[in-house]
Design a binder for this molecule. Structure first.
Ligand SMILES: [Zn+2]
Length: 422
């Protein structure tokens, strides 16, 4: 009897200790209060002092403007979750998160999610973590697949009305892992005239890319065979067969970093925003290029945006009343020799500068550019049937075809600066 009383006392003491530890742990999770205004004050308690220092360093003119912006992240997996975390830590105004997956233990080789979140929806789990990191950010989460008809309509609605001022979001980031979802984002953004970024990581985990898409001005995802690491293999099928894509937290973290870096440059207007930036992990090589739109793109919203862009450019050109007329250029169908999926490693040896279809040497062709004006190390994902007239006109920089829109506002200096950084 005495012994069992002693046991009970011990048990109570141990439980009390456990309770105390749990209380302390909870206290450490206490969320900070919202901060009304971003301050540059250099004190340990200011979560924005290091970011606001970008102003003092002369990099960003008005960092606090980041609070006015809304970013939609489609796909909250290996790249999207890290992207959302970076934007949250940077103090973005609002984040819209779209995903229909659940957190799985099989995701733990990547950053962001934790084992105790297994089974939760990715968007709910992400919003919980992110809100604790920065309560100043507004979150709107949608746990659905954007490719179904009803969800697509709702997705369009949120992209066009989901900002802090109930207008269009400032940028859409595609961080999805399949072709259908990329096409859905492309379709929505063309119709809504919405600027977006595409991103991807290869299934062998050692390459990735980001691509900046401005409807009418740059190639859309449907304009040319995608220069992406897209797979038409259904992931569920892969899982069924006991096979799955490889992934590394390193490659995904790097691609997310490149993506958010360019989003910050775009939103806060500093530096040069990359048009297409690839990453080859085996060589630590970063090919970069500009991809122009295809006048015969199958997406009619894309063609309409191209016409609008061409018209606006014509007006700008007239206003600027610049001198020398640009030479006309024959359109040339490009045959892609390679038909496999994914961005693969190709010959890295620099070759002679490419001669452009107009006969001259393109002044903006990067050294070592290969077939069809693709930067070395980049391949198209697949061939288009010749009948649809699709072509990769990434080599049309600086030239105007009969029906092609004028060259984009990318200066030679900007391109050279981008290339220099390779
Ligand atoms: Zn297009």
């Amino acid at each position: 009897m005495t012994e069992s009383l002693e046991n009970l006392r011990e048990k109570i003491a141990s439980l009390e200790k456990e309770l105390q530890q749990e209380k302390e742990r909870n206290d450490s999770f206490k969320k900070r209060e919202k901060i009304a205004e971003m301050s540059s004050e250099v004190v340990d308690s200011n979560p924005y002092s290091r970011l606001m220092a970008l102003k003092r360093m002369g990099i960003v003119e008005n960092y606090e403007k980041i609070r006015d912006y809304t970013v939609a992240v489609v796909g909250v997996g290996g790249v999207g979750s890290v992207t959302a975390e970076m934007l949250t830590r940077c103090g973005i105004g609002k984040l819209l998160l779209f995903d229909y997956d659940k957190v799985e233990l099989a995701n733990m080789n990547r950053l962001f999610f934790q084992p105790h979140q297994a089974g939760q929806s990715k968007v709910e789990a992400a919003a919980g973590t992110l809100l604790a990191i920065n309560p100043d950010v507004q979150f709107e989460v949608h746990n659905y697949n954007i490719t179904t008809v009803d969800n697509f309509d709702h997705f369009m609605n949120r992209i066009s009305k989901g900002s802090l001022t109930e207008g269009p979001v400032d940028i859409v980031l595609s961080c999805v892992d399949n072709y259908e979802a990329r096409m859905a984002v492309n379709r929505a953004c063309n119709e809504l005239n919405q600027t977006w970024f595409e991103s991807g990581v290869s299934e062998n985990a050692v390459s990735g890319h980001i691509q900046f898409l401005v409807p009418g001005e740059t190639a859309c995802f449907d304009c040319a065979p995608p220069l992406v690491v897209a797979s038409q293999i259904d992931e569920r099928t892969l899982k069924k067969d006991g096979v799955c894509a490889a992934s590394l937290p390193t490659t995904m973290g790097i691609v997310a970093g490149l993506l958010v870096q360019n989003v910050l440059k775009y939103l806060l207007k500093f530096g040069v925003v990359s048009s297409y930036l690839g990453y080859n992990a085996l060589l630590d090589y970063f090919p970069s290029m500009v991809v122009r739109p295809n006048p015969t793109c199958e997406d009619n919203w894309c063609r309409r945006r191209q016409q609008e862009y061409a018209a606006a450019e014509a007006v700008r050109a007239t206003q600027a009343a610049t001198a020398a007329p640009q030479p006309q250029q024959q359109e040339e169908a490009v045959t892609h020799e390679d038909n496999s999926w994914g961005i693969c490693l190709v010959d890295e040896t620099p070759t002679e500068p490419r001669t452009d279809p107009a006969g001259g040497t393109s002044p903006v062709t990067p050294p070592g550019a290969v077939v069809g004006g693709l930067a070395p190390g980049i391949r198209v994902a697949y061939d288009r049937p010749a009948a649809d007239g699709a072509e990769d006109d990434s080599d049309n920089r600086g030239a105007v075809g009969s029906s092609a829109p004028p060259a984009p506002d990318v200066t030679l200096e900007e391109l050279m600066a981008t290339m220099k950084s390779l």
